[in-house]
Design a protein around this ligand. Structure first.
Ligand code: CMC
Length: 391
């Protein structure tokens, strides 16, 4: 096998060949299946982009209508799942609950999917898209102690998200197109991002031929961490802490630069974007528009802008090529839309779902071998066993 090349964090290792997402970190370019993220965010809707990411082509009108209908057919979640939700304390973090519930879906759908069979795979896609959205919102309903909601077949996917989350029996939910359009855009911007931590997790778990739900449940756990998807919650908590501490952005910049202080400026830096994160640009603009359209004046946005402006001219950040990433401004929009902070990473998961599915499917169709990295052993050489009485 020869010498092993050590590459901690796989910073320079390609793990697969993929046709799904093109990313140029130096130039700040992101494309799904050849289409620019800027154009998709502007002109397409989330299910259209999901179809593109998963199946490789933009759907025709008929294909899209069928896709929406087929997802709808799969939005009923087995009633016994409710017993599982009831077992969690209200204080449980929604990401932990979501990962568990996604894994629990394997119990209700035990038959392995034959990836080679297009019809079976298509059905598995619709089932995952339908059920995941519903259980994602149930994590919030559980936290609030609200009765669980069911999908409304007369409404779209993103509209249903808001309804499933917020409609209560005594008060019909009033749909606001500003809110649903903004959410649609955010989900599109999160739909895929090549071999990031959670996607690599989904691929590597699936490479042992573990099922789709089991692999996605692992992806949710990987996404939860504050260095990955959990950063969006961490950003908002950081901005709130800065505000509570008098709004002194400089003080926190200094903390982030201090190598003896573990504090990092959340929402800054990226493993592959070393110029700017194209998603952050779109989201920053959207944040301005959404706050303006909803008439929200959020001082947190001012702190975020102050931090960004300071970092962009600061030697520490400039020399390390640390720029605001997708998570820096998304939380500000979520907050304006009324989404509670500990649901932010769940929002990311809903957006990333089509990417996870597409990458899992591609990995299986490419017949990739089981993921199994090597290591460089740094422990003891052979030692003689010493019986317990002699130690
Ligand atoms: N604040 C302060 N210093 C930082 C930051 C930051 N946010 N990010 C990186 N650095 C420094 C780091 O200390 C290191 O300095 P030095 O060379 O002196 O040791 C240098 O920049 C390179 O950082 P790294 O940790 O080696 O880079 P990485 O590619 O391993 O990590 C990252 C990338 C995103 C994990 C990291 O930048 C980070 O922790 N950022 C904050 C968390 C965050 O916003 N995550 C969301 C990422 S985007 C969406 C997603 O993936 O979910």
């Amino acid at each position: 096998t020869g010498a092993i090349t050590l590459d901690p964090g796989y910073k320079n290792s390609g793990s697969c060949q993929s046709e799904i997402t093109f990313l140029d970190g130096e130039e700040g370019i992101l494309r799904y299946r050849g289409y620019s993220i800027e154009e998709l965010a502007e002109k397409a809707d989330f299910l259209e982009v999901s179809y593109l990411v998963i199946f490789g082509e933009l759907p025709t009108k008929d294909q899209l209508t069928k896709f929406e209908n087929d997802i709808r057919k799969h939005t009923l979640v087995n009633e016994e799942m409710k017993n599982i939700i009831d077992g969690f304390p209200k204080t449980a973090h929604p990401m932990g609950v979501l990962s568990s519930l996604t894994s629990a879906l394997t119990a209700f759908n035990p038959k392995p999917v034959n990836v080679e069979n297009e019809k079976e795979m298509y059905e598995a896609v619709c089932k995952t898209m339908g059920k995941f959205l519903v259980i994602a919102t149930w994590t919030y309903r559980k936290m609030k102690g609200y009765p669980l909601n069911y999908y409304d077949n007369t409404k779209g996917y993103v509209e249903n998200f808001m309804r499933l989350m917020f409609e209560i029996p005594t008060e019909p939910y009033k749909m606001n197109p500003i809110v649903t359009n903004a959410l649609d855009k955010l989900f599109i911007l999160h739909a895929d991002h090549e071999q990031n931590c959670s996607t690599s997790t989904v691929r590597i778990v699936g490479s042992s031929h573990a099922g789709l739900f089991a692999s996605i449940s692992a992806g949710v756990s990987a996404l939860w961490g504050p260095l990955h998807g959990g950063a969006n919650q961490a950003v908002l908590e950081m901005l709130e802490a800065i505000q509570a501490d008098g709004g002194d952005a400089e003080k926190y910049m200094a903390k982030a630069k201090d190598k003896d202080d573990p504090f990092r400026l959340m929402g800054f830096g990226h493993r592959v974007y070393k110029n700017f994160d194209p998603r952050a640009r779109i989201i920053k603009k959207a944040a301005d528009e959404v706050l303006n359209d909803l008439g929200v004046d959020d001082p947190i946005l001012d702190i975020a802008k102050k931090l960004e402006a300071a970092a962009l001219v600061d030697d520490y950040f400039v020399s390390r090529k640390l720029y605001p990433n997708v998570d820096f401004y998304s939380g500000i929009i979520y907050r304006a839309l009324g989404i509670p902070t500990d649901m932010f990473t769940v929002m990311f998961a809903i957006g990333r779902l089509p990417g996870w599915i597409a990458q899992w499917k591609e990995m299986r169709l490419n017949k990739e071998p089981i993921g199994r990295p090597r290591q460089v052993y740094t422990g003891y050489p052979l030692r003689e066993f010493v019986p317990v009485e002699k130690r």
